[in-house]
Design a protein around this ligand. Structure first.
Ligand SMILES: [Mn+2]
Length: 328
């Protein structure tokens, strides 16, 4: 495993403090929640009694099996914490909160920093951070931090971290899978994570209505100029009684299409707002495209929000993707 040194600053932030708020990003998925929960369990194992996991949005139905998911709070307790840890994102904005009542801030993330931002400018003061865009999941970084703190990984932590890894590697299929991520996964299975039962919870547990929504959405699937895309509209949500949570993995469908470089998923959030998910098959950097629309993410997986009618939004976004493909 690549021996990445965890800074003593970050380790001391844990060792020298007593109360911790741990917060992930809005619309939390398996990496965000699994990482936050594993960190919280690890800190408790170190004897820290005052640890709170915070999420602006509720725990999605499909992730309620995560050990200690019930402890997640949606409103920060009215008290001051020694430290807030921001996990799987690196700006206060991405957490969905305005700020935190905490003396010190730590960041543990694997996303690229927003354009032209020095790490030190993000939060004043950031006491310590571990930002590694090369890590497959925030869960990898939490695993390393807990290991550096000599926390014995138990089954609950292992289940949370394995889920984090599984989700952010698309079930160990994406280009971010490395000897390191597989080695960590192996340690987590040794520590008690059950791959089959976690996979069943995540992938064989789809509500009927979500699949009905997928059916309607897939009927809009198009392929042209190296791109495949499809759309979920407000009226499809209404027809099937579903919400945005039901299309969490929809972008995986256009990305399965043969002979394309990039996949795009358009989700209508309101009359004239669309959430765009972009996926690359490896050659196009979709993070750059998302950034041009004030979004973010990784080279192979990114997202942004664009305002306009469906036609305007599709024209704009597909034009940018087409351009990136032509430049290859
Ligand atoms: Mn992540």
């Amino acid at each position: 495993m690549t021996k990445m040194k965890i800074s003593s600053k970050l380790l001391n932030l844990v060792k020298q403090n007593r109360s911790f708020l741990i917060v992930g990003h809005i619309n939390p998925e398996g990496d965000s929640l699994g990482s936050c929960l594993a960190l919280a369990l690890g800190l408790k194992k170190l004897g820290k009694k005052d640890v709170c996991v915070l999420s602006r949005d509720p725990v999605p139905e499909v992730l309620k099996f995560l050990p200690s998911a019930k402890t997640v709070k949606q409103k920060p307790p009215r008290k001051e914490f020694d430290v807030v840890f921001i996990v799987d994102c690196n700006t206060v904005e991405r957490t969905g909160f305005e700020g935190f009542n905490a003396g010190k801030t730590g960041i543990i993330d694997h996303h690229v920093l927003p354009a032209n931002t020095a790490e030190s400018e993000l939060h004043k003061p950031v006491s310590a951070s571990l930002i590694d865009p090369g890590a497959a999941a925030a869960g990898v970084l939490i695993y390393k931090v807990l290991t550096a703190l000599k926390v014995p990984i138990d089954r609950s932590m292992a289940t949370n971290l394995y889920t984090a890894l599984l989700v952010d590697t698309g079930g160990f299929r994406y280009s971010n899978v490395s000897p390191e991520s597989l080695e960590i996964a192996s340690h987590l299975v040794e520590a008690g994570a059950k791959p089959w039962s976690i996979a069943k919870e995540l992938y064989e547990n789809v509500p009927y209505d979500s699949l009905a929504l997928l059916g309607l959405s897939l009927s809009t699937l198009k392929k042209k100029d190296g791109m495949a895309w499809f759309t979920t509209t407000k009226s499809m949500f209404n027809k099937t009684g579903t919400t945005a949570e039901d299309c969490e993995d929809f972008v995986d469908y256009p990305r399965r299409v043969q002979d394309i470089e990039a996949a795009v998923f358009f989700r209508q959030d309101s009359e004239k707002t669309f959430k765009i998910s972009l996926r690359s098959k490896g050659r196009v950097n979709v993070q750059k495209i998302a950034k041009s629309f004030n979004g973010g993410g990784h080279a192979a997986a990114a997202g942004c929000k664009v305002n306009g009618t469906l036609k305007e939004v599709q024209d704009k976004v597909l034009r940018a993707v087409r351009k990136a493909i032509k430049e290859l």
